[in-house]
Design a protein around this ligand. Structure first.
Ligand code: PMP
Length: 351
């Protein structure tokens, strides 16, 4: 077709499968196995449907922005809210990676980064992780790049970088923005948010999808210097002003207010992760120490592809990528203890 040459062509991000059957064990998209806080449930039930008639409020003016600001001890004007952290990250790429120099991120990382770089025509270079899947901080220092982004802990490896190393990277790149994607920070890592007091080129991105059990609510946010957030809002309002729906804005507040529940489910997931590491090691798997709600594991004898398929036959879904360096690894999301026991029973038959 003649018009095709004028079409913007992209190779889209491929999310994990969302099987429709009910009786599957879903350990493939790092969702939380527990429901959201009971306060979220109460708020849904009390919601006034009539309000859907109205456009939502601007996110930065909502109680959710105030709640997050209070939670992180920052000003409301330092919070940017979006439709999941994917929306926040996408807007951040568009806003801050606007140099002719390449943006740097690891070769093994969240596989959406290169997709956003491609769609927005942002030049980028990937920096290989070392043999133990650690980010090499030297690769990001003194290299004159157009920006830096990586998750901490990294995904899908679960490897955590120390904040002292992150600080060196931020300091060395003061002419560009450094984005730290803290999607998984609540599972045992220490946030780099305190560095915001010292550096105005840092943007920290968070999500409600993992530790707050609200992947379906689609809430993400960024915390940064006021000016950075202003630039981000300018771009966001130039693409779509009403991105967040009313219910999400209301329910997010309840999730943040229920600190006790948040601590409880994070603690449970960490305990299950630690037990799972012991079980997997006993079954002959190796993996880097994980700080996420997942384990990135490889078996000494059986290929990841074979394990992936055999688990799927048993209706257990995990994540596998046919990608160089990681094609013999499986990313296994931490489920409930019962779900993990079913996984271990299946693995005992397979490996
Ligand atoms: N960052 C990382 C590292 C992730 O793994 C994910 C989950 N796919 C996201 C961001 C996006 O999550 P969400 O859009 O649900 O907030």
């Amino acid at each position: 077709m003649k018009w095709e040459e004028n079409v913007r062509k992209v190779v889209p991000y491929v999310p994990g499968e969302q099987p429709q059957e009910k009786d599957v064990i879903k350990l493939n998209t790092n969702e939380c196995p527990y429901p959201p806080s009971p306060m979220v449930e109460k708020a849904i039930k009390a919601m006034n449907y009539e309000e859907l008639r109205l456009y939502p409020e601007f996110p930065e003016e909502t109680p959710l922005a105030a709640q997050l600001a209070e939670y992180h001890h920052v000003k409301k004007s330092q919070i940017f809210i979006g439709v999941g952290s994917d929306d926040v990250l996408s807007m951040a790429f568009l806003t801050f990676f606007n140099s002719d120099r390449p943006v740097f991120f690891p070769d093994i990382t969240y596989s959406f980064y290169d997709v956003w770089a491609d769609i927005y025509r942002i030049p980028y270079e990937v920096k290989p992780l070392d043999g133990a899947f650690h980010i090499r901080k030297e690769d990001y220092i003194g290299k004159n790049c157009g920006g830096v982004i990586f998750p901490n802990p990294n995904a899908p490896t679960g490897v955590l970088m120390e904040n002292t190393d992150i600080e060196e990277i931020i300091k060395a790149n003061s002419d560009v923005v450094v984005i730290i994607d803290e999607a998984y920070i609540d599972f045992g890592g220490t946030s780099c948010l305190p560095l915001l007091e010292k550096y105005d080129n840092l943007l920290v991105v968070r999500t409600f999808s993992k530790s707050r059990a609200m992947a379906g609510g689609r809430i993400g946010y960024a915390v940064g210097n006021e000016k950075l957030i202003q630039y981000l809002n300018d771009v966001k309002y130039s693409v779509n002003s009403y991105t967040m729906n009313r219910p999400a804005l209301q329910l997010g507040v309840e999730a943040v207010r229920d600190e006790a529940y948040f601590q409880e489910i994070c603690g449970k997931m960490i305990a299950t992760r630690e037990r799972s590491e012991r079980e997997l090691a006993a079954l002959g798997f190796t993996f880097p120490k994980s700080y996420g709600n997942f384990i990135f594991a490889s078996h000494e004898k059986v290929t990841a592809q074979e394990i992936f398929e055999k688990l799927k036959e048993r209706r257990i879904y995990v994540r596998h990528w046919n990608k160089a360096r990681i094609d013999n690894y499986l990313r296994i999301t931490i489920g409930t203890d019962e779900q993990m026991d079913a996984l271990f029973a299946a693995l005992r038959e397979i490996v």
